[in-house]
Design a binder for this molecule. Structure first.
Ligand SMILES: [Zn+2]
Ligand SMILES: [Zn+2]
Length: 255
């Protein structure tokens, strides 16, 4: 069985110092591909150097809505240049986060749209972060997005998920599906077409039950996988095969 972690911040300061051990543990836990989400230029450089040792690590890059206060003109220039590199297979994570109010909504929207245009221009999928900002995020996607992509760590309604799928998006499920207070999410996951589903850890955040509260790593992906297999009433090998197919379809790769 092979699992793919479609959203992992393994080059962040929390995880990178122990990266070789973290990757070894991931492999032991059947995680055979990781999409490494880089949120700044330093993380992109770390990911490129990782990729020299582990070619099966994929790289995505973009400016997170909550980090924008830190992004200067030079960073934008660097991102536009680096995004063209063929090692970067997606733009993200990008989007809107109204949960934290460190960055003004207008600033978030402008950066989001700017990065959607970059993705359109380069014909690379987008990885979308949407927190407490469903309407604005969906409106902007509808108006500006011309590529496919993933709504990451999904926690919204079935209606929004289906809207996104009709916009050629995939829905990615993270650790919260394993939580006791997952609320309506299990039913949403049950209803989503299986060929539109992805799994992720979003490590170092959102560690699945029963490790909730500790630092997350790709090795914990199997806990989320098991819950989703139950919800979808699928055996492990059928589900892992389908998830691999979904990932390959989005990134036009032959895994
Ligand atoms: Zn996110
Ligand atoms: Zn993330």
């Amino acid at each position: 069985m092979e699992l793919i972690d479609t959203h992992a911040h393994i080059t962040c300061d929390d995880l990178y110092p122990n990266i070789d051990e973290i990757i070894e543990n991931a492999k032991q836990a059947n995680v055979k591909r990781i999409l490494c989400i880089c949120l700044n230029i330093e993380q992109i450089e770390r990911a490129f150097s990782l990729k020299e040792r582990y070619e099966w690590i994929d790289v995505a890059a973009g400016f997170h809505p909550s980090d924008l206060y830190d992004v200067c003109a030079k960073d934008w220039e660097a991102l536009s240049t680096l995004a063209k590199d063929e090692r970067i297979i997606a733009i993200g994570e990008i989007g809107l986060d109204y949960h934290w109010d460190d960055v003004e909504k207008d600033v978030q929207k402008e950066a989001f749209i700017r990065q959607l245009h970059l993705a359109n221009e380069l014909q690379k999928p987008v990885l979308i972060h949407m927190r407490d900002a469903t309407k604005d995020t969906m409106d902007i996607l509808r108006e500006h997005k011309k590529v496919s992509g993933i709504l990451h760590c999904y926690s919204g309604s079935l209606e929004t998920a289906m809207d996104a799928i009709h916009m050629d998006m995939y829905i990615s499920v993270g650790g919260p599906i394993t939580f006791k207070n997952a609320r309506g999410l299990p039913e949403v996951i049950r209803q989503i077409p299986i060929d539109r589903l992805m799994l992720e850890t979003d490590c170092p955040y959102l560690t699945p039950h029963p490790f909730r509260g500790t630092r997350n790593e790709p090795k914990y992906l199997s806990y989320t996988f098991d819950v989703v297999a139950k919800l979808k009433e699928m055996d492990a090998s059928t589900l892992s095969h389908q998830l691999k197919k979904n990932y390959a379809a989005l990134f036009h790769s032959s895994l």
